[in-house]
Design a protein around this ligand. Structure first.
Ligand code: HEC
Ligand SMILES: [Cu+2]
Length: 357
């Protein structure tokens, strides 16, 4: 074998490539796939692995071989290597082969991209807004005002077009189970398409480092049957029409006794407070009465017990004044006194006091 270094390299290379490819294909790299887009993307990934592993092995083996074969031996310290002038045939080969490889892989990736981004009939448009550090959604309604909510509910098997915006810095809307993601960039609207194929809950993640609360900028995509989606939408529309009393409640918990809660706590201020809460706070805070399930901040169903009205107000307008145990400063937005009206803040305080007693 010493006489045939190239033969040895070829054999080692073939074995190493076979092991590498087998590992790449056997290991389950991906989360569940829950959209039509997942399969072509996973296949693309596998093909890229199959092609890259031998290239990687080739480079590593030739490097290691050269290091070993042409190493400096005792007595050679002052010697120089033989003068080399290049090899035209070799240079043509090592330019042409990678070029062909790259062009073919790019063409394949491009067809996958156009394929998964194809426009489809009966597409549902969902607007997505990223803002430090939460996602909000709105569903345009024919002839009515859009439904604003912090919950992402999607009908199974219906193509969805997400129109994505950002209000402050760059975020990135990503549902790993759908495989697709897109940057949310202030000042422009970006788009991404996915057709959910599995009922269930799938994580929504921000995939662009966007500040201190980046890691908690999470939400859930809930994929339901088309019938369940229709009744969810109907519920949202009714909630909105009833003066905001039940707006966007109706996650699994506590959607039912909306009206009772609202009425008992004394009318308009609390109703406005509840609506404001669902739209601005529910993506980060769980609150049973409002039907929200955010987890970036404390669960307000229990956290507010025994707190005074003044404390709650301060927590909202100046969140860093007092940091809830186990949580970080700088995650809850500090500018609610500017982005919300005085009535909305009064409403929030009235509402939160009423549900914490
Ligand atoms: C981006 C996520 C986020 C949003 C949006 C958010 N909060 Fe918070 N909130 C937090 C975090 C994190 C904490 C804990 C750190 C702290 O106390 O500042 C917190 C703390 C609180 C507390 C104190 C809880 C306690 O244990 O004493 C209250 C009350 C509160 N938030 C109310 C609200 C209200 C009302 C809104 C909407 C107007 C809101 N939050 C919006 C993340 C958020
Ligand atoms: Cu973000």
């Amino acid at each position: 074998m010493r006489r045939h270094p190239v033969a040895l390299m070829v054999i080692v290379g073939l074995v190493a490539s076979a092991i590498g490819i087998a590992l790449a294909l056997v290991i389950d790299w991906f989360p569940t796939d829950a959209a039509k887009q997942a399969e072509p993307i996973d296949t693309l990934y596998d093909v890229l692995m199959i092609v890259s592993v031998p290239v990687f092995v080739l480079v590593v083996i030739v490097t290691l071989f050269a290091v070993w074969q042409f190493r400096m031996r005792p007595g050679q310290e002052k010697m120089d290597g033989p003068p080399i002038h290049g090899n035209t045939r070799l240079e043509i080969v090592w330019t042409a082969v990678p070029a062909i490889l790259l062009v073919s892989l790019c063409s394949y990736a491009y067809t996958v991209l156009t394929d998964i981004e194809e426009k489809e009939a009966n597409t549902l448009v969902v607007n997505v807004v990223g803002q430090q550090f939460a996602w909000r959604y709105s569903y345009p309604q024919e002839g009515g005002r859009a439904i604003e909510t912090t919950q992402l509910v999607l009908p199974k098997d219906r193509p969805i077009l997400f129109k994505v915006r950002a209000l402050d810095v760059i975020h990135d809307f990503w549902v790993p189970a759908f495989r697709v993601k897109i940057d949310a960039v202030p000042g422009i609207e970006t788009e991404v398409r996915a057709t959910p194929t599995k009922i269930g809950r799938f994580e929504v993640v921000c995939a662009e480092l966007c500040g201190l609360g980046h890691a908690v900028m999470r939400s859930t995509a809930r994929v339901v049957t088309p019938a369940a989606y229709d009744s969810w939408i109907a519920e949202q529309v009714r909630g909105g029409a009833a003066g905001g009393g039940g707006a966007a409640g109706g996650d699994d918990a506590a959607g039912g006794d909306d009206a009772a809660g609202g009425d008992a706590s004394g009318g308009d201020a609390a109703a406005l407070g509840r609506e404001t809460f669902v739209q601005n706070c529910g993506s980060c805070h769980t609150l049973a009465d409002a039907g929200t399930s955010g987890a970036a901040g404390p669960d307000l169903t229990t956290a507010l017990r025994g707190q005074s009205e003044e404390q709650i107000r301060e927590d909202i307008v100046d969140p860093d004044a007092r940091i809830a145990e186990g949580f970080q400063a700088g995650v809850m937005p500090g500018n609610f006194s500017e982005t919300l009206s005085a009535e909305q803040i009064d409403g929030l305080v009235t509402y939160l006091v009423s549900v914490s007693r």
